[in-house]
Write a new protein. Sequence first.
Length: 315
Amino acid sequence: MIVTVTLNPSLDRALEIDRLSRGEVLRAAAPVRLDPGGKGINVTRALLANGVPSTAVAPCGGVEGTQLVRLLRAERVDLVAVPIIGRTRSNITLAEPDGTITKLNEPGPTLTPGEFAAVTEKVLDAAGSTRWVVACGSTPPDLPVAMFARLCQRAVDAGLPLAVDTSGPALRVAAEAGATLVKPNREELAEVVGAPLLTLDDVVDAAQQLRAWGAGTVLVSLGADGAALVNASGVFTGDAPVADPRSPVGAGDALLAGFLAAGAEGTTALAEALAWGAAAVRLPGSRMPRPGDLVRDQVRIHSWPATDRLLLPRV
């Protein structure tokens, strides 16, 4: 069993448009997709779609929260919904034919100390002898980073393997708490170490900084450049080219789910992670890949150390 916690879940609406033009009336090229959203929820959805048991814990409030619960129940997701006073946020994704994505994300509701404590207890109650506790996504507005640090520390102190995919100060305190695995993307990693990451060597050096702070393994998602894995055994990199991308939304979540499903260790897990992430990019909206969507023979694992190379420019 893998337990995920999403502190700032969402309803995700995805529209495919011909071209994004400011100030104009835009018409969707296909019916809008409405998916349950939030990084941890996506990890659970991807795991369940591939036969890996997972439970999602998330605060839910308002009409949007009710709709989120209904969508997850329809997908047969094992959800522990923690009632909150605030309203669950809605996000909008605009996808153009060339793969350009524009996202509009609401900040989400503020959690009271009591609501956050309730979420924490539900996570620990659900964990039991779980394989992983996975804390993903942005933290709610105005949540003190010390509270997120306590959630991480309680999981670590309970002897639970902890994976964290977040950003900013929350990412650093997760590493300092001794998270077993952290999974930033390139921008999040650059932000937390305070330096631009222009080459793979830069990425590896930054990942080693997170390990120096206390993280066990660092898995860095690099978009079209693939991913880098840095742990006590060494450094591994790889990619999985996608000829016709549809939506990168949720691809990093699918990548993390694939890595955990494959044992979270070495090149075998990295290759599976890349296959899951690439499959998500080929799907619309924030759909999570199923076994039939995975194309493993296009995954390439690269030797390390290798000649350093520039990464694709960030857009």
